[in-house]
Design a protein around this ligand. Structure first.
Ligand SMILES: Nc1nc2c(ncn2[C@@H]2O[C@H](COP(=O)(O)OP(=O)(O)OP(=O)(O)O)[C@@H](O)[C@H]2O)c(=O)[nH]1
Length: 759
């Protein structure tokens, strides 16, 4: 937002108008009675010396923009020469006495403090004026430029910078400021924008704040320039980055596992991939000359989670990716998340390869799966498309080689230009995952995308920075540098970045610190705003519905930022107009004493949940004997289910009316103290002794009054008390508190059931 206008755009329209910049409140000061008139446009008709201005003497110098051609005319107009000096003095004096513009443009003013050179921003700089200007500069006198219109100024504004911007001597400006604010000013004193704009307006200048580029903007610009202006000589091929995507349980991890010959799937808690991981593998391809598999080609794989809870992470996975392998189990065929994965890959504009997996399974249906994929407009080349289809089995290993070949073919044929990077420039890349450990501090998996990341490099990642203290490759081996397309685990960052934050290797620690601090401040402000906004909306809707919203506060701790985000997203889905969750605090690492302290502020309404982390001793000790709900989980769905149950428990049960039956009154009897008894015939359902009843006459409920419920004093079959009377039978009954019962009245029986609600 460079050049953002902070001042009002409309300039003083008429000389008598009192101009004030936008946002300047009425103050106890005097505005110039007559703001300077706008300069006439070049070539605009003007009388001798231009249209008269308030207080202008005959022979007033030409107005800005007017062209004065010959020396003679200039002299006549008082632009140069003795007259001008004389006029300048007069004008200056006049300016001082009225508080209006001090000098006339184009004139040279001899003031008491020496020579003040006044140069206008339009017109020629040659001739005697220029000579005087040079002389003044030689003498070290102050030269100011009279300007009009919009002038840019950089924050912070000082007396000196304002003086230069509006063409007013610093001494004069300081005096004006003193008058305006009753404060003393030095040349370097800051001037607030409103005051500066006010004084500028008096000189017919609209100040526009030219925002200085932030360190962050400069850094990003620098990196973008490096990418844009890269010397093609420096470019080297880099491995393709491949993301395996697809529906849950379709075999993504197993496929990668087969590729890496390690057994990752078996070790996963709950059988679900829960964080992004990245690996480099090397695939041997045939030497075209010998036919032997000797040429080694590296491929970088990102293992992205499959479940919906990780949609955001998966979307990120696709954005750092060159090729997306969409895995579809031939047993299930295309599922919702298959379609989602295809959409992500297309949105990220990456090449797609289809792996039809589980072809070994007895219920595999490859043809059906293919047809479903064609419907998603994924067409193989033999059908006019350009998508490679590979049939695989992660169980038997069938097709794994074909899949790797397909990736390398895709890289070579369709991505050759993209798969190049300059390894010699400062490193740039993306954080894939980060978490906090007690011994190593922050551990971040980053993918280097440009340049080479080296041990000791200063890295800025999101709102965090630090020196790369250690670096491990995907095999856990310590390495000293990592080139393009290499995933590495680094330590040394001061805080946990988000999974998807870009990282930059920067030269100066102070630059990194400055940018990180600015980002953190911005994040903090954004989160405060978000909180306020949510609160407002909550209150508004509560007021509207006259419902009191019950809030379940959550303190969430997890082992990785990605998990926190995924859980947060799931919790956000648990909404209801009466109950809601609020994540009071979310963080990485163990549940600590301070988390429990936080929960103790309203223990009944707060849940502390740990995902893949435990509570430390101090936290447990503090929680002991107090009503703190502290739970640990290893599977995201259990956590979400429990929070859901806790929310549902807070929903007030609703009363549901269950209709039992109806009876029509055939006779009435008055019975001493008992009151009026109705002899009835049950026309439908059943009348229960414990039922609630209402009396309907001519289609209108005549008893009980609204919002009251009544039952029966008695229900009898002949002379015996009855528990219930069914359809087709007669009975006698007395309605509590009602004696006005009449023949043909309908008695409706119902009961009220309490039903617990769900979200
Ligand atoms: N028969 C057969 N079973 C497979 C094959 N690939 C995977 N499986 C099985 O399918 C199940 C799910 O496999 P995963 O590799 O965990 O699936 P995923 O897509 O990574 O699952 P998420 O990480 O939960 O998204 C496991 O029981 C695997 O053993 C295959 O090619 N054939």
């Amino acid at each position: 937002m460079v050049g953002q206008t902070h001042a009002r755009n409309d300039r003083p329209a008429a000389p008598s108008q009192c101009a004030r910049p936008a946002g300047v409140a009425e103050r106890n000061h005097s505005y110039p009675v007559a703001a300077p008139a706008r300069p006439a446009k070049p070539g605009a008709p003007a009388g001798p010396g231009g249209p008269p201005r308030p207080g202008a003497a005959p022979g007033f110098p030409p107005r800005p923009g007017e062209v004065v051609d010959d020396e003679e005319e200039k002299k006549k107009a008082g632009v140069i020469g003795r007259d001008a000096r004389q006029k300048g003095r007069t004008a200056g004096d006049r300016g001082r006495s009225t508080g209006g513009p001090r000098v006339d443009r184009g004139s040279v003013v001899i003031g008491s403090g020496g020579v003040e050179m006044v140069e206008q921003q339009w017109g020629s700089r040659r001739g005697p004026r220029q000579a005087l200007l040079r002389k003044a500069i030689r003498r070290g006198q102050q030269v100011v430029t009279i300007k009009e219109g919009k002038i840019e100024i950089t924050l912070p504004i000082t007396v000196r910078s304002l003086s230069e911007a509006i063409g007013m001597k610093t001494g004069e400006l300081s005096k004006r400021l003193l008058k305006e604010t009753s404060q003393l000013y030095g040349n370097n004193s800051p001037v607030d924008f409103e005051t500066a704009a006010l004084i500028a307006v008096e000189k017919n200048i609209e100040l526009i704040v030219k925002r200085q580029k932030t360190a962050e903007e400069l850094l990003i610009e620098d990196f973008e320039r490096l990418t844009r202006e890269v010397d093609s000589e420096k470019l080297r091929p880099r491995p393709p980055v491949v993301t395996i995507m697809g529906h849950v349980d379709h075999g993504k991890t197993s496929l990668l596992d087969k590729i890496r010959r390690s057994n990752v799937a078996a070790g996963e808690v709950g059988g679900i991939t829960q964080v992004i991981r990245a690996w480099s593998v090397t695939h041997k391809i045939e030497d075209p000359e010998t036919g032997e598999k000797v040429i080694e080609r590296p491929i970088t794989f990102l293992d992205t989670p499959g479940h919906e809870a990780f949609t955001k992470m998966r979307a990120r996975g696709a954005n750092v990716t060159d090729i997306a392998v969409i895995v579809v189990a031939a047993t299930d065929g295309v599922m919702p998340q298959t379609e989602e994965a295809v959409a992500h890959a297309r949105a990220a504009d990456v090449r797609i390869i289809v792996a039809i997996n589980k072809v070994d399974a007895p219920n595999a249906n490859v043809d059906r799966t293919r047809r479903q994929l064609y419907n998603l407009e994924l067409l193989p080349d033999d059908m006019g498309g350009d998508i490679q289809f590979v049939e695989t089995s992660a169980l038997t290993g069938q097709g794994i080689d074909d899949l790797l070949n397909a990736i390398l073919i895709e890289a070579e044929i369709n991505l050759a230009d993209d798969l190049q990077a300059d390894p010699d420039r400062p490193a740039f890349g993306t954080c894939l995952e980060a978490y906090m450990t007690s011994d190593e501090g922050v551990m971040a998996t980053v993918l280097v995308q440009q340049g080479t990341l080296k041990l000791g490099d200063i890295v800025l990642c999101g709102a965090n920075f630090g020196r790369v203290r250690s670096m491990q490759n995907d095999l856990g081996l310590s390495i000293e540098e990592a080139g393009p397309s290499t995933p590495v685990l680094i330590t040394g960052l001061g805080g946990v970045p988000n999974a998807d934050d870009p990282f930059y290797a920067v030269d100066e620690l102070t630059t990194a610190a400055k940018i990180a601090e600015a980002r953190e401040k911005k994040d903090r402000e954004a989160s405060l705003n978000r909180f306020t906004a949510v609160k407002d909306i909550d209150m508004l809707s509560a007021a509207k519905s006259k419902l009191k919203i019950t809030e379940l506060k959550i303190i969430l701790k997890a082992e990785a930022r990605g998990s926190v985000e995924a859980i947060r997203k799931e919790l956000e889905k648990l909404t209801h107009e009466e109950v809601t969750t609020r994540v009071l605090h979310a963080g990485i690492g163990a549940i600590t004493e301070s988390d429990v302290q936080l929960a103790l502020t309203s223990p009944q309404d707060t849940l502390i949940v740990g995902f893949n982390v435990t509570a430390d001793d101090a936290a447990l000790k503090l929680a002991e004997g107090r009503e703190i709900s502290l739970r640990e989980y290893q599977i995201i769905y259990n956590l979400v289910d429990d929070v859901k149950a806790a929310l549902e428990g807070r929903l007030k049960p609703i009363e549901e009316v269950v209709h039992l039956g109806r009876a029509v009154v055939r006779q009435t009897f008055k019975h001493g103290k008992v009151g009026t008894i109705a002899g009835c015939y049950v026309t439908s359902g059943v009348l229960e002794r414990s039922a609630r009843v209402r009396v309907i006459r001519g289609g209108v409920v005549v008893f009980p009054p609204a919002e009251k419920v009544v039952g029966l004093d008695s229900l009898k079959r002949f002379k015996d008390d009855a528990k219930d009377v069914r359809e087709g039978f007669e009975c006698g009954l007395k309605i509590t508190g009602f004696d006005d019962i009449k023949v043909d009245d309908v008695i409706e029986a119902f009961k009220i059931e309490i039903r617990h609600r769900t979200l």
